[in-house]
Ligand binder design. Structure first.
Ligand SMILES: *Cc1c(COP(=O)(O)O)cnc(C)c1O
Length: 431
């Protein structure tokens, strides 16, 4: 990490062939790496019976990747109807799906409960009244407020829009219980890209403590706690990885002592996105221009439509130039073509001398990469490829084309035609 040496060894020898066949830019994901990380999670938490990862679909919403997750036995964390639909299309059903939405509509709850249902994870006490009916299994998202510090990226819980406050929590479960819920879960999501495993251990401890409090107040039993996603990955070459084994050891110990006190333990769920796929994807792009003004700019054929994180969060993504082994470097900005000065993949970065047509590999784009891309400035999103464990390379999403960009536009905005798609104001009656 960033990109593993093993992934590099699988990809780089074939890069010319892939680029020649598919053209740049593209994201490519490494099935072998994704499966290895999935297996590491399962092994790490094997001491807690019923452990399950619910992959956060928003990180990499592609059915080919979701199918790999399903094959590993993972469920899906969805926050929209589109994500539920996508997950159902790869075979997820009922309790394979966690619906963690916020600011939710009645219609969205209806969709979540239809088609085999899903585990509803309610973001607020008021949302109980928006449910078509109280399901048997219900979960709430807990916001501990000033009881926790949050982390640098997601901010302090007091300022976060998510979750049920500490003082509302008992009442929320009480209402759910009184309306017929029989099975219960408790969820939280407090950190993003957190590589300090202690933070995650504290989150598990906090939820187990709340479970004991709620159980004794309300005489209900909790089937699971869900510690959310937010496990961090090293984006910078010098970053220490999250110590997964220590995290699992300490969380497992918390569960064991919970079981000692209470006779049994809940299941542990998590919903990692970044940790599962982040390091196992790269964006491959090609240098198309070089510009020497006050600084040197290397213009590539990808832009923010492929990867927003640098422009949006000033995030670091490691870049390598395959085949360029020369030690001497030049300090350059690597830029896209958007009319936005933050459309830069790297700022003042020492890189090997890059000529037009050179390939650049932008690391760690397997999560919140393609998925976040936007169409501002009429820029189109790139294709996605999968490097399969059997060595096949498949196109798993084609690139956007102009016809996609134009698909929602109406070129005859004839507001005078009293068609079903037109409305008129009182001041300007149509006649
Ligand atoms: C975004 C999100 C995740 C995934 O976050 P990662 O940092 O990718 O692990 C998990 N759960 C919820 C509710 C989220 O909003």
């Amino acid at each position: 990490m960033p990109m593993s040496v093993a992934f590099e060894n699988r990809l780089y020898p074939r890069l010319d062939e892939i680029v020649a066949h598919f053209g740049t830019p593209f994201h490519i994901y490494d099935e072998t790496g994704i499966r290895e990380t999935g297996q590491q999670l399962k092994t790490a938490f094997a001491g807690i019976p019923g452990f399950r990862e619910y992959f956060a679909v928003k990180a990499l919403p592609n059915p080919a990747v979701l199918a790999i997750m399903a094959d590993m036995g993972f469920g899906f964390d969805c926050s929209s109807v589109a994500e539920l639909d996508l997950s159902r299309r790869v075979g997820a059903l009922g309790e394979d799906l966690m619906f963690t939405s916020n600011n939710t509509t009645r219609q969205e709850f209806s969709s979540a409960m239809a088609g085999g249902g899903s585990i509803l994870n309610l973001d607020d006490i008021s949302l109980i009244d928006k449910l078509p009916a109280m399901p048997e299994l219900i979960c709430f998202r807990y916001n501990p407020g000033e009881r926790r510090t949050g982390n640098a990226i997601i901010g302090t819980p007091v300022e976060a829009k998510y979750g049920v406050s500490h003082d509302q929590l008992v009442r929320a479960y009480e209402i759910a219980r009184d309306r017929g819920a029989k099975r219960f879960g408790l969820h939280t999501m407090l950190a993003s890209n957190e590589r300090d495993c202690t933070y995650m251990v504290q989150t598990a401890a906090m939820l187990l403590e709340q479970v004991e409090r709620l159980s004794s107040h309300l005489n209900i039993r909790f089937e699971f706690i869900n510690i959310g996603g937010g496990l961090g990955i090293p984006y910078q070459p010098g970053d220490a990885p999250l110590d997964l084994m220590r995290m699992s050891r300490e969380i497992t110990a918390l569960f064991k002592s919970f079981a000692d006190r209470n006779g049994s333990m809940p299941r542990l769920f998590m919903e990692s996105g970044r940790y599962m796929t982040g390091p196992h994807g790269v964006l491959v792009t090609r240098a198309i221009n070089r510009k020497e003004i006050y600084r040197t700019y290397v213009g590539v054929d990808a832009c923010m439509s492929s990867l927003m994180r640098p422009g949006m969060y000033n995030a670091y993504h490691h870049i390598t130039v395959p085949g360029k082994t020369d030690r001497s470097t030049q300090v350059v900005d690597v830029v896209g073509s958007l009319c936005e000065n933050n459309d830069k993949f790297a700022i003042q970065r020492p890189l090997p001398a890059i000529a037009e047509e050179d390939q650049l590999v932008i690391h760690d784009t397997g999560a919140h990469g393609h998925a976040m891309g936007f169409n501002y400035n009429g820029k189109l999103r790139p294709k996605e490829l999968l490097l399969g464990s059997d060595g096949t390379i498949s196109l798993i999403r084609r690139e956007e084309r102009l016809e996609d960009y134009f698909a929602t536009l109406l070129f005859t905005p004839d507001t005078l035609a009293l068609g079903p798609d037109s409305i008129h104001t009182r001041d300007q009656p149509a006649n």
